[in-house]
Design a protein around this ligand. Structure first.
Ligand SMILES: [Zn+2]
Length: 472
């Protein structure tokens, strides 16, 4: 994206006012709703928080000054709700734009800083703190605000469908059925816009070029029917923790973190190599302890590792008491939950089979090893962007920041994109977002960077309008 900058279009006034006066009060109300994704709230249906959040957003959408706006919550028993806001074409434009966001949230995860809390919205300068503000509660508001700005300015645009789902943080298990049921209504979109992605800095817009896949699995190693005195069995019965370490060593080199399985690696296309001197520093991005040595030798290499490298994290353990409760016992079993990030072009099902294969083959010391893969999600590689897409996105970045946009391979996963690319081959799919340095989605102290949210709103408006003019 180093082409000479096109002249910025006539400015779209009012984005700041809409955010301050109309969006923020509603977004703050949404922040107070503990609408955790089903994977983190087994009682989500009885609790009703997802339904409450969907209703809150639907009511806000229905009240916007947008041409003939219809907002409804689509539900099926046992499935999370889907918010659907639809507005017909204006001014003789044509086509359909689908905008995607999600309203389910990650759990609080860790202690939040004094004065902050996951369900307490707190505004500090350019930031709105709270779980789900940036990931991804802002998306529905940004989408509708974009349409509202176009309608207020009298700029013709295609039909817009805003789909806000409620199972994304659980791997979007309910989305395929929702999409299937809505297929006749959606038709074949001319543009799909996903507002659930990230940015590398807050000084320009960022276009997502790839996302990694994700493989979540549990592995358990059992050595005894019940715990026994470690003084009696230690040195005779192999410990389940040591055997688990051996299994994990089959997946990664514990000295370097390199993933050993060739099935979990991919060639990096030349167009996806990050430029030298990115406007980003790993050291400023993560709250590392003093003196921690990061993996990778430069920030450029780290961006490449994050976008296109596999990586293993142990995210939970069972069978291991807390330190305070640990006794002199040789425990019967250790279970670990693994999160494996996969390069964008790796088939997650194939990767899952490879991982299960190496973990279950030839169990160390004849222990009982069980492996359960939970939710293989394949990553996504953006097809080459059509010129009208890069131009509309580029002019929005110029309009807001006076700077060309950047491109970014994201380390996270959005299962929806691979699903949609399969469902609508040939439809341009633009993913962008507000999750940048420090925003800490999934961790404590998550915040929404408000100027970035406004910028994404402008970008959405420009892309929607351009989709109505694109060659069909
Ligand atoms: Zn998200």
């Amino acid at each position: 994206m180093t082409d000479p900058a096109p002249p910025p279009p006539a400015p779209l006034p009012g984005v700041h006012r809409v955010w301050e006066e109309d969006v923020l009060p509603a977004l703050e109300r949404y922040t107070t709703v503990p609408c955790l994704s089903p994977a983190y709230d087994a009682d989500w249906e009885a609790g009703g928080h997802l339904a409450a959040a969907a209703d809150l957003l639907a009511r806000w959408c229905a009240g916007r000054p947008v041409h003939d706006i219809q907002a409804e919550v689509v539900g099926r028993p046992g499935a999370t709700p889907l918010l659907l806001a639809e507005t017909p074409v204006t001014g003789g434009a044509s086509g359909t734009v689908v905008i995607y966001g999600h309203l389910d949230k990650q759990p609080p995860l860790g202690a939040w800083r004094d004065g902050l809390g996951p369900f307490t919205p707190v505004r500090e300068g350019d930031r709105l703190y709270g779980r789900g503000t940036g990931d991804d509660g802002y998306a529905t508001f940004a989408a509708l605000a974009a349409v509202e700005l176009l309608d207020a300015a009298g700029i013709p645009r295609p039909r817009v469908l805003v789909l806000t789902e409620a199972s994304e943080e659980s791997g979007s298990p309910d989305l395929p059925d929702h999409l299937e049921a809505l297929a006749p209504r959606i038709g074949h979109p001319d543009l799909v816009l996903c507002l659930d992605s990230g940015c590398l800095s807050y000084d320009r817009l960022w276009l997502t070029t790839s996302l990694r896949g994700n493989l979540v699995l549990t592995v358990s190693v059992e050595v005894l029917a019940e715990g026994v005195h470690s003084g009696s069995a230690g040195g005779i019965v192999p410990t389940s923790f040591r055997l688990l370490r051996q299994l994990l060593d089959r997946l990664e080199d514990s000295a370097t973190g390199e993933v050993r399985l060739p099935e979990l690696h991919a060639e990096v296309p030349d167009a996806h190599r990050p430029g030298e001197a990115p406007p980003w520093q790993a050291a400023d991005t993560f709250p590392t302890v003093p003196g921690l040595v990061l993996e990778g030798t430069s920030d450029t290499e780290r961006l490449l590792r994050r976008a296109w490298g596999p990586a293993l994290a142990v995210t939970g353990m069972d069978g291991v008491p807390s330190v305070r409760d640990g006794g002199n016992v040789l425990r019967p079993c250790t279970t670990a939950k693994l999160s494996l990030r996969l390069p964008p072009s790796v088939d997650a099902q194939r990767a899952a089979r490879a991982v299960e294969g190496v973990l279950t083959a030839d169990p160390p010391a004849g222990a009982t090893v069980r492996v359960r893969a939970e939710s293989p999600a394949t990553g996504w590689v953006a097809p080459a962007f059509e010129p009208w897409v890069t131009e509309a996105f580029g002019s929005a970045s110029q309009e807001v920041f006076g700077r060309a946009p950047g491109t970014l391979g994201e380390g996270g996963t959005i299962p929806f994109l691979a699903m949609l690319t399969e469902r609508y081959p040939g439809t341009p799919l633009v993913a962008t977002g507000v999750l940048g340095p420090g925003s800490n989605a999934h961790g404590p102290n998550e915040f929404l960077h408000l100027p970035m949210a406004e910028a994404v709103t402008v970008a959405s408006a420009r892309l929607i309008a351009a989709a109505g003019r694109s060659p069909a």
